[in-house]
Design a protein around this ligand. Structure first.
Ligand SMILES: [Zn+2]
Length: 443
């Protein structure tokens, strides 16, 4: 949208509401205000260029031979598995460089395997995913509504932080910001609590950096529990809801400025040139078992020890301090359209599995009733793959949080991690319906 169009739109919409003053981003280490949007555009262009010629293939895994073939590509440069190599699912999505593409497709054909193409041009999909509004428009927006966040684009960390500051300022007495610590690179792991109740709920997003729909959906929940809180009085009187949109701020920023497909944290591993640990393999319950790799260059490297990452330590310390009040834990990921119930490290089930399943099914039903797609409900270890050291398993087993869930948000691979920003609003609306139904199921 050009500046002139933006200006016209502004003139056609209601004037700034009195009291909606500008809330400036607080300066803290590594979070020194809004990055000029102009620079952001250049960075995105650089970022996209890294994936020139890359494609995302969907490989059919109807035989063990194909699974074994795919395993030989694990940890190879130019290969990025978007879904796990697992005998539980009929297909595996993998992003490949042009070189790997010709080799892999030839070997698949030779061995009688087959594949389709999910994304024919990753670079184009990156650019298309998130058309960035002009800096002029964002400034107008901030003047009008008090913050730059929209649910029409994916935003930088500072914009998420600015929005939480705005909500705290505007809904004083209902919502206030908090922090669970500082990331490896010095960014604030910031959240906002809303509600007046004694009972507590935890919601986090963005633990995996590239899953951009997750922070966007959590910020949508923040809006629902503040701007339209009058509709949710039953929930907000009983509960206080702690929400962290971007749990892995270093990784998230890196997906905007460095590599779009980054997943892990940005910590340094002694003795390796590879960076980061998978924060959702870093929790201290069945740490380092199924679905992890001891290779620090792997995307599922669980860290050098449980809770090696400051971001996961922050969650651990906060949840243990709230051990007797916290009743529900929800973590947001993408993609697959699934809603996981513990445990994920193996097929073992908690004794109250049926009760958790009841609540999750209410969520999935509400999501669909709000116009969303069908979500499969069950254990990750049975629906997708076993993965150990996950936050939801730890929350259930070690932090004593009865209702612990993980969402894998839209879509099912057509766009994968590159879900267009035009789908944020609908994803937010349907997911908020699910979360509220789940909370009401335990009210
Ligand atoms: Zn994830």
């Amino acid at each position: 949208m050009g500046p002139l169009v933006s200006l016209l739109l502004l003139l056609l919409t209601p004037a700034a509401v009195p009291g909606h003053g500008q809330v400036h981003v607080q300066s803290s280490r590594g979070d020194t205000g809004l990055v000029p949007a102009l620079r952001l555009r250049t960075e995105q262009a650089d970022n996209a260029a890294q994936y020139a010629g890359y494609q995302v293939l969907r490989v059919n895994v109807d035989s063990n031979g194909t699974l074994d073939l795919l395993r030989t590509y694990e940890d190879r440069p130019g290969v990025d598995f978007w879904t796990p190599i697992s005998p539980l699912v009929p297909t595996v999505d993998v992003m490949v460089s042009p070189d790997v593409r010709s080799e892999l497709t030839r070997r698949l054909k030779d061995s009688g395997g087959s594949y389709g193409v999910n994304i024919g041009n990753v670079q184009d999909a990156i650019v298309r995913q998130n058309p960035i509004p002009s800096p002029f428009y964002l400034e107008l927006l901030e003047g009008r509504q008090g913050y730059q966040l929209t649910w029409k684009a994916y935003h930088r960390l500072a914009v998420h932080h600015q929005y939480m500051d705005y909500v705290e300022h505007e809904y004083r007495g209902l919502c206030s910001t908090f922090s669970i610590g500082i990331s490896t690179e010095g960014r604030n792991v910031k959240g906002i609590r809303c509600g007046l109740g004694e009972r507590e709920i935890w919601i986090d997003g963005g633990i995996h950096a590239r899953e951009w729909i997750s922070p966007a959906v959590v910020s949508y929940l923040v809006k629902d529990f503040s701007a339209t809180s009058y509709k949710e009085q039953d929930i907000l009187k009983a509960f206080t809801i702690y929400m962290i949109p971007v749990l892995n701020p270093d990784g998230y920023e890196y997906t905007h400025t460095g590599r779009r497909m980054w997943r892990k944290t940005r910590s340094r591993t002694p003795g390796s040139s590879c960076v980061g640990a998978d924060p959702n393999r870093n929790f201290g319950y069945h740490w380092g078992e199924a679905g992890t790799s001891t290779n620090p260059c792997s995307d599922v490297y669980p860290g050098s020890r449980p809770f090696s990452e400051p971001e996961t330590r922050g969650v651990r310390d906060f949840l243990l301090q709230h051990k007797n009040k916290m009743e529900m834990y929800i973590s947001f990921h993408s993609y697959s359209q699934m809603l996981f119930v513990p445990y994920g490290h193996g097929t073992e089930r908690p004794s109250d599995y049926d009760e958790l399943l009841r609540v999750a099914q209410k969520g999935a039903a509400a999501l669909q009733a709000a116009g969303g797609p069908a979500f499969r409900v069950g254990q990750a270890s049975r629906l997708l793959y076993a993965a150990s050291g996950g936050s939801d398993d730890w929350a259930k087993a070690k932090a004593n949080i009865k209702y612990s869930f993980t969402f894998e948000l839209r879509d099912k691979g057509f766009n994968g991690f590159l879900l267009p920003s035009s789908l944020i609003e609908q994803s937010g609306r349907e997911t908020a319906a699910a979360v509220k139904a789940m909370i009401r199921a335990i009210l």
